[in-house]
Design a protein around this ligand. Structure first.
Ligand code: NAD
Ligand code: AKB
Length: 315
């Protein structure tokens, strides 16, 4: 029987992933966990465990005693927050991964999902249609931790046959939970501010193009990859995945079609340098070939859904 533990379930991805997993495999099959003491309201339809991924012994005991056999490991510091606290970001992003990979190596876990990011690429990477295999010299703490994580995932697969699967998510756009400190967060913030104030001061410049994806596509991709036959998962570092790509100016123009009085201004901060080191668009042909990935949401759909659903009271 499947027994899934989602670690870092209270964040932007986890709060939607847990619901999708419960919908697919049943509420009893999915335990949400986070370092947060209380179960977030949205996850109350099933089991919740307060777990700090840095408490290796407690996490090991819990997984073994509860007969958990699949883990989605989401707990991490994202790019902007990581730059402000590099030591802790490295610790959190790496130690948690080893705890889970080791449990899989010892046979307690059948499958592991660990997300990587477009942050694994850097200023020397080709930025347009960035290929799966290319120069990777990340210049952020976050990107370095994700690249190292990818290498370790592949190593554990090759040496110990650990069934670990991973996606290099682009910036994810959703309205259920606020984003947790990334460089792509503007593409969520803009919808809240558009509805609340009719204006938005963007921390990236007008023409900064980045790869993005609607959360429902990202969740579906993650579950599809985890459910794909083992032999079709040919990449054990992490798969490039593409949804759409746009600039702040372009998304503002799309918002203007719904809210003609909306105004955007630009005050780039330290996140501009991070964005400038990342790809503008992604070639995800390996994901398409290996496990039939195809996105469903384009910019127009995303803008419409976000404007209809964000709750401006949250910001
Ligand atoms: P988030 O910041 O919204 O959520 C992370 C969650 O982890 C939070 O609920 C936090 O409380 C929890 N957490 C933090 N420290 C913990 C600890 N010590 N033990 C247990 N839980 C802890 O992040 P997210 O956007 O949901 O991202 C999840 C994963 O996906 C991360 O690995 C991130 O790097 C990756 N990712 C996200 C995006 C994106 O756009 N959201 C893009 C690429 C990759
Ligand atoms: C971030 O901006 O840090 C994340 C990511 C793309 O990994 N959204």
């Amino acid at each position: 029987m499947k027994k899934i533990l989602v670690i870092g379930a209270g964040g932007q991805i986890g709060s939607e992933l847990v619901l999708a997993l419960r919908h697919r495999f049943g509420a009893d099959a999915v335990i949400a966990s986070d370092v947060k003491e209380n179960c977030p309201d949205v996850l109350e339809g099933g089991a919740y465990a307060q777990l700090d991924i840095l408490d290796r012994e407690k996490v090991r005991k819990y997984i073994i005693e509860e007969s958990v056999n699949e883990v989605y490991l989401l707990a991490a510091l994202l790019s902007a927050t990581a730059e402000k606290n590099p030591d802790f970001a490295w610790k959190l992003n790496m130690e948690g991964l080893f705890t889970i990979l080791d449990l899989a190596k010892e046979g307690y876990l059948k499958k592991v999902f660990w997300p990587s990011s477009i942050a694994v690429f850097g200023p020397t990477t080709p930025r347009v249609n960035t290929p799966q295999y290319t120069v990777m010299e990340p210049s952020t703490v976050y990107g370095i931790s994700k690249q190292a994580g990818e290498r370790w995932c592949e190593y554990y697969f090759n040496k110990f046959n650990v069934d670990v699967r991973s996606i290099r998510y682009p910036g994810l756009i959703s309205y259920t939970s606020l984003p947790g400190g990334g460089t792509t967060d503007y593409a969520v913030d803009i919808f809240y501010k558009a509805k609340k104030d009719g204006r938005y001061d963007c921390f990236l410049s007008a023409d900064t193009q980045l790869p993005m994806m609607y959360m429902e596509d990202a969740i579906r991709a993650s579950i599809e990859l985890m459910e794909a036959p083992k032999e079709s998962v040919k990449i054990r570092s992490s798969y490039n995945l593409s949804g759409c790509s746009f600039t702040p100016k372009q998304i503002a123009e799309k918002i203007n079609k719904h809210l003609p009085d909306f105004k955007i201004s630009y005050s780039p901060d330290f996140r501009q340098a991070i964005a400038d080191s990342w790809p503008m668009s992604i070639d995800d042909s390996h994901a398409r070939e290996d496990w039939n990935w195809k996105e469903e949401f384009n910019e127009e759909k995303i803008v419409e859904i976000m404007l209809n659903n964000v709750n401006p009271e949250l910001v």
